[in-house]
Design a protein around this ligand. Structure first.
Ligand SMILES: Nc1nc2c(ncn2[C@@H]2O[C@H](COP(=O)(O)OP(=O)(O)O)[C@@H](O)[C@H]2O)c(=O)[nH]1
Ligand SMILES: [Mg+2]
Length: 310
C-alpha cells in the first residue's frame, strides 16, 4: 500500500514538542558554558535521555557513542553531541524498517487490517484517522465494528466514520468474530479495498478476550490464507514501560506487523518508541499527535529523530 507522506516536519515537531523541549532544554542547560565534556557531564546526559523514557540500556549505549564520537572529533559543541545522538537513534529505528515488498504480498482484495490494544489507547480514533488517510489514496474502506465489549463503542465508531464518510459494518451479533466474518463477506461483494477491524480493549491476562482475538484472527485466516495483512498494536505513548509490556504480551498471541503510538502530543516521554523498536524489532507505522482527524502521521524514522532533537 502506498501512502501519502502526509507529514510536514513542522507538524511532527509540534506533536513531539513536550518530549523535544524536555530533551533540548535539559541538554542545553547541562552543556551550557562547558568546553570539556567530562564523565560527570556524560552521565548527566544519560540521565536526561532516561528521563525521556529512552531506557537505561539504550541511553548508556548512546552515551558510549557520544564518548567515542567526541574523542574522534575536536569539535565538542552541543551540535556535535546532538549529531552523535541523532546518528545512534536513527540506527536503532532502522533495525525495523517495514519491508518495501509488503506491497507485493497484498494482491487479494480486501486488505485486512486488525487493530488491537488495551482500553483507551486510541484504537477507535486512530482507525478513523487511518480510514481518512487510506481513503485519500482512493481506496474503498470498510470499518468492521467488532468491539462488542463496551456499550457505546459502536456509536463512537459510527460518529467518527460519518465524519470521514466511510461505512461501518455492524451487526446485531454479540460475537465479534461473527461480525468480522460477515464484514469480510460484505467487503468481498462490495468492491472494498481495505477492511479495518476495530476490536475491544483487552489485557493480556484476560484469557477469554485474548482467546477471542485468536478467534478473530482465525476467521480472517479462513477467509484469506495469509490472515490479517496487518496487525497494528495501538500503544498510548505516555504509558512508558507499560507500553513495552503490552507489546511483549500481545506479540505472544498475534504476529504484530506494526505499532501505532498515540498521544505523543501529551507526553515528554516519547522516547519509549526507541525501546519498543529496539526490543521487539517491530516497526512503528503511525504516530498520533493530537485528537483531530489529521493528527495521525505515517512514521518516518529520520524525521522523527530530527524533530526530537531539533
Ligand atoms: N491527545 C491525543 N489524544 C488521543 C490521541 N489518540 C487518541 N486520543 C484520545 O484518547 C481517548 C481514547 O481513544 P479511543 O479511540 O476511544 O481509544 P480505544 O479505547 O483504544 O478505542 C480519546 O479521548 C481520544 O481522543 C492522540 O494522538 N493524542
Ligand atoms: Mg475503541
Amino acid at each position: 500500500m502506498k501512502f501519502l507522506k502526509n507529514f510536514s516536519f513542522e507538524k511532527i515537531k509540534n506533536g513531539l514538542e513536550k518530549t523535544r523541549a524536555n530533551l533540548i532544554n535539559k541538554l542545553s542547560e547541562t552543556l551550557s558554558g562547558k568546553t570539556i565534556i567530562d564523565e560527570q557531564t556524560l552521565s548527566q546526559i544519560e540521565e536526561i535521555l532516561i528521563s525521556a523514557d529512552i531506557g537505561s540500556m539504550i541511553s548508556e549505549k548512546l552515551v558510549d557513542n557520544v564518548r567515542k564520537d567526541l574523542s574522534n572529533y575536536p569539535d565538542k559543541s552541543f551540535d556535535s553531541i546532538k549529531n552523535s545522538l541523532k546518528k545512534s537513534l536513527k540506527s536503532i529505528l532502522q533495525n525495523s524498517i517495514v519491508p518495501s515488498d509488503t506491497e507485493q504480498l497484498i494482491h487479494e482484495k480486501p486488505v485486512v487490517i486488525l487493530i488491537v490494544g488495551v482500553n483507551g489507547t486510541g484504537k477507535t480514533t486512530s482507525i478513523a484517522k487511518l480510514a481518512k488517510l487510506y481513503k485519500s489514496l482512493n481506496n474503498n474502506i470498510l470499518i468492521a465494528s467488532a468491539d462488542k465489549f463496551r456499550a457505546a463503542a459502536n456509536e463512537q465508531l459510527e460518529n467518527w466514520a460519518k465524519r470521514v464518510e466511510v461505512p461501518v459494518y455492524n451487526s446485531t451479533s454479540n460475537d465479534p468474530s461473527a461480525v468480522v466474518y460477515d464484514s469480510l463477506n460484505y467487503a468481498k461483494n462490495s468492491n472494498t479495498d481495505i477492511v479495518i477491524i476495530d476490536t475491544a480493549g483487552r489485557l493480556h491476562n484476560q484469557k477469554n478476550l485474548m482467546d477471542e482475538l485468536l478467534k478473530i484472527k482465525r476467521v480472517v485466516t479462513n477467509f484469506n490464507k495469509m490472515g490479517p495483512n496487518e496487525v497494528f498494536l495501538v500503544i498510548d505513548g505516555s504509558t512508558g514501560q507499560n507500553g513495552l509490556l503490552q507489546a511483549k504480551e500481545f506479540s505472544k498471541y498475534v504476529k504484530l506487523t506494526g505499532f501505532i503510538i498515540t498521544k505523543l502530543d501529551g507526553t515528554a516521554k516519547g522516547g519509549i518508541i526507541f525501546q519498543l523498536v529496539n526490543e521487539l524489532k517491530i516497526p512503528v507505522r503511525f504516530i498520533g499527535i493530537g485528537e483531530n482527524i489529521d493528527d495521525l502521521l505515517e512514521f518516518d524514522s529520520d524525521s522523527f529523530v530530527e524533530a526530537l532533537l531539533n
